[in-house]
Design a protein around this ligand. Structure first.
Ligand code: 2RA
Length: 343
């Protein structure tokens, strides 16, 4: 059986990754509809060795699609996702719009696959924020083994998480600095080239940022509401690949050796941890990969049952497009979705 898939936001960075990943994973596609805003109508995007012409999202009849992957931001999801779902098209939404809605499951297939069943209420499944997705993939097997009490995480997030214009700003600013061009930022609040910015998304009343809040709230929804988590989210001058320094306090004892072997067996995780020069993964090495890499696994002796980790993943993939495609695969594997025009 094969499925008609609509990709909303097909001209964006995540939309492009969705198209690549559908092809790379040999997703059983009958037809792919590349959807974008009216201004991008007719623009061409690649799907394997084929070229697709973008159609106007506003004019698209979602009855033609079995699955729609939305990757065009919260406002577009707010306007079109429920309409598409009401027409019988299962929506997998990459924006934050539905993530904390009680009637919408928030799913990372390696962590809470059973939650996907809840899609029936609204016909929508939410994809988590990029920094949450890779974190919970690494936390889940450790939580199962020793029970996580508290997590302290600092992120080092690449500019692609903020979109194409942000990536262009890093590129132009980096070049410009060598020829004394004005580095005045437009997308970021401060210079990003040769700098780091401790601010992602808007500020909240308590002084945290929305990115930090998302990590707390989404980890609770996906993994365990009982986990205490505090985050500091930082933008760094890296194009693709988010990194996280993670400190974990467990209920029960766990050695670094045990943690390493639990993580080695965990779905979606690749342990690279040699305790020697270069024996760890950096963001440039994770680009284009499906895995969440874990390195620098070591005991934190300052707390009872403490552990430190370094977690790296391609934010456009596990943090967005890959997780969305994995959700679609999960729906198919569990027989939860049927192609409307079965072969
Ligand atoms: C970022 N979390 O990196 C966002 C993208 N979803 O800015």
């Amino acid at each position: 059986m094969s499925y008609n898939v609509a990709v909303v936001g097909a001209t964006g960075m995540v939309g492009g990754e969705v198209l690549s990943i559908l092809e790379e994973r040999l997703f059983p596609v009958a037809e792919v509809f590349a959807l974008a805003s009216r201004s991008s109508q007719g623009r061409e995007v690649s799907f394997g060795d084929r070229t697709l012409k973008c159609r106007d999202l506003a004019q698209f009849d979602f009855r033609q699609a079995d699955i729609a992957i939305f990757a065009a931001g919260g406002d577009i999801s707010a306007e079109y996702a429920q309409k598409a779902a009401d027409l019988g098209c299962v929506v997998i939404d990459n924006s934050s719009h539905f993530r904390l809605d009680d009637e919408v499951p928030l799913v990372v297939p390696e962590v809470n696959p059973d939650a996907v069943e809840g899609f029936r209420k609204r016909g929508i499944i939410a994809n988590p924020n990029c920094s949450t997705a890779q974190l919970v993939v690494a936390l889940k097997p450790l939580h199962d083994r020793a029970g996580i009490k508290r997590v302290v995480v600092s992120t080092y997030q690449s500019v692609s998480g903020a979109g194409k214009e942000a990536s262009d700003e890093l590129f132009t600013q980096t070049k410009g600095i060598y020829v004394n061009d004005d580095p005045t930022p437009s997308k970021f609040t401060k210079q990003i080239a040769f700098n780091v910015i401790p601010h992602i998304d808007v500020f909240l009343e308590d002084g945290s940022t929305k990115e930090e809040y998302k990590m707390v709230a989404e980890t609770k929804k996906i993994l365990d509401a009982g986990i205490a988590l505090t985050a500091t989210a930082v933008r760094v001058p890296v194009f693709v690949g988010h990194s996280e320094a993670v400190n974990i306090e467990f209920e029960r004892p766990i050695t670094d050796k045990e943690a390493r072997s639990v993580l080695r067996e965990a779905p979606g995780v690749l342990v690279v941890d040699k305790r020697e020069d270069g024996g760890y993964v950096t963001p440039v090495e994770c680009v284009g990969d499906f895995a969440t890499f874990v390195s620098r696994i070591r005991i934190d002796p300052t707390v009872e049952h403490g552990l430190n980790l370094w977690v790296v993943s391609d934010n456009l993939r596990k943090g967005a497009a890959l997780n969305a495609v994995q959700i679609a695969e999960l729906l198919i594997n569990r027989g939860l979705i049927e192609a409307r025009d079965a072969d």
